[in-house]
Design a protein around this ligand. Structure first.
Ligand SMILES: NC(=O)c1ccc[n+]([C@@H]2O[C@H](COP(=O)([O-])OP(=O)(O)OC[C@H]3O[C@@H](n4cnc5c(N)ncnc54)[C@H](OP(=O)(O)O)[C@@H]3O)[C@@H](O)[C@H]2O)c1
Length: 428
């Protein structure tokens, strides 16, 4: 039996899941892996705060040095959120010669270059399965299971809060605010949900996935990111009539002329496997040249699913497996910077909903402007006018260069063809 003394920094939601598994299921890990995992010390901001989670036999303190100065602790579980302080703590752990297991995607998306280099220079590991899609082992799948593949595309639902909100809006006919309040009541959304609903959290995770999939350093700030705050029930209903659902999608697509990365609310046809990933679930659809397509689905957040991924990394490091495999990969140290395709070079299908005056020639006028900009239509139809004499025209396009569609819509909105700014969404 191999004994491993562990330190935990940050005893919140995920930290509580980790101590619960170690307290309740240590026997399972002993039996399966021959590992005696001992949580020796927990460092947390308020050690005296009452918690439901067990301490798993650990000493609890607010002194970071209790872990940093303890030579018996070789591996630290880092579960502090945010970026500045979290990065400082991670740096301190590496400088003290500790391997780090973290769930902090923001830290890795923004400061991964520096931290992974520091780990490599010191012969240490940073393991981060829990940072993307919680309990779904997508990092291991991309890094190990799909290692022989040129990854052509990843389409992913990576934020359970957004997926819950959009699913609720669709299934119960609710508005965005109402569905968000419901998510907050059930603990699926933070009191301040900004980083989830504005797409930033999804972009952090996409940056990490893309780095592994495309073996390059991803300029996080260059990922075009839109959130779900302006999605209305009308959008959901329109998507439904088009045979689609709206999902906040992370898209990574290899093109002949470069890499497209974006996060945006996207119409997903109902027969696509991602359309049925609902509620707070995450789904990752990956296309590789050898494997074809593969889909991973599961709980992308929550104490126990995320702790499940954290402990998988702990086991990998404590058995030496991580050092023998993951640490040999070049994703985080030797990869060169990747330049992303500008929006006007992206190839994407689109949906547009035009509110138009009910008069002859409007539909033809819209179709003409779209065609002038090289946008070809998959379908276009006009609904019956309302009592105010306005009608809705909905158009779905074939894939086109992103810039041309936006220019066409701008021209249409500046003409007398529409009565209010046009609603546009991307289509998978
Ligand atoms: N929650 C999820 O489902 C989930 C899923 C995937 C990834 N993650 C990521 O996992 C990380 C942790 O998330 P969480 O939900 O567990 O956060 P959380 O519930 O807010 O817990 C964070 C913990 O860190 C402690 N802390 C804050 N600053 C500290 C410091 N300077 N030194 C020591 N401890 C400090 C806090 O201490 P006190 O409690 O003592 O005040 C708190 O317990 C985040 O990066 C998050 O993005 C979370």
């Amino acid at each position: 039996m191999h004994r491993c003394d562990l330190g935990l920094i940050g005893w919140g939601t995920v930290g509580g899941g980790v101590t619960r598994i170690l307290a309740q299921d240590g026997g399972l890990l002993r039996e399966r892996c021959g590992l005696d995992l001992r949580l020796k010390t927990i460092v947390t901001r308020n050690p005296s705060r009452a918690r439901e989670a067990p301490a798993a036999g650990a000493a609890v303190t607010d002194r970071l040095d209790a872990i940093l100065a303890d030579d018996a602790i070789r591996t630290v579980i880092h579960l502090v959120g945010g970026t500045a302080e979290a990065t400082e703590i991670c740096r301190a752990c590496l400088n003290a010669g500790k391997n780090v297991v973290t769930a902090n995607k923001a830290m890795l998306a923004l400061h991964g270059d520096e931290l992974f280099q520091l780990a490599a220079d010191r012969g240490l590991c940073i393991a981060f399965e829990a940072a993307v899609a919680g309990g779904i082992p997508v990092i291991a799948a991309l890094r190990d299971g799909l290692v022989a593949n040129h990854i052509q595309a990843i389409y992913a639902i990576l934020n359970g809060t957004c997926n819950y909100i959009l699913s609720k809006m669709e299934s119960e006919g609710r508005g965005y605010r109402e569905a968000l309040a419901d998510a907050q009541r059930l603990g699926y959304a933070e009191t301040d949900p900004t980083l989830d609903v504005d797409g930033t959290d999804t972009a952090h995770k996409l940056a990490i996935l893309a780095r592994i999939a495309f073996n390059g350093r991803i300029p996080f700030a260059a990922i075009r990111t839109e959130g779900i705050q302006s999605i209305t029930f009308d959008d959901i209903r329109s998507a439904h009539t088009m045979g689609c659902r709206i999902k906040l999608l992370a898209v990574a697509q290899r093109r002949s002329n470069g890499l497209e990365l974006r996060v945006a609310p996207t119409l997903v046809p109902v027969d696509h496997p991602l359309a049925s990933v609902s509620a707070n679930y995450n789904g990752i659809f990956i296309q590789g040249h050898a494997v074809g397509t593969t889909l991973l689905v599961g709980q992308g957040a929550g104490a126990m699913p995320t702790a499940s991924a954290v402990l998988a990394d702990v086991v990998d490091i404590c058995t030496g497996r991580y050092q023998a495999t993951a640490n040999r990969f070049t994703f985080f140290t030797q990869a060169s910077p990747v330049s992303l395709l500008p929006e006007n070079e992206e190839l994407t299908g689109s949906y547009a909903r035009f509110l138009v005056p009910d008069r002859a020639g409007v539909l033809a006028g819209i179709a003409t402007i779209l065609s002038k900009h090289g946008v070809s239509l998959l379908s276009i139809h006009q609904a019956a006018p309302d009592r105010e004499g306005q009608a809705i025209i909905e158009a779905v396009t074939h894939p086109h260069r992103g810039g041309s569609f936006l220019k066409a819509v701008e021209e249409i909105d500046h003409s007398a063809l529409t009565v209010r700014p046009t609603v546009t969404l991307r289509r998978l």
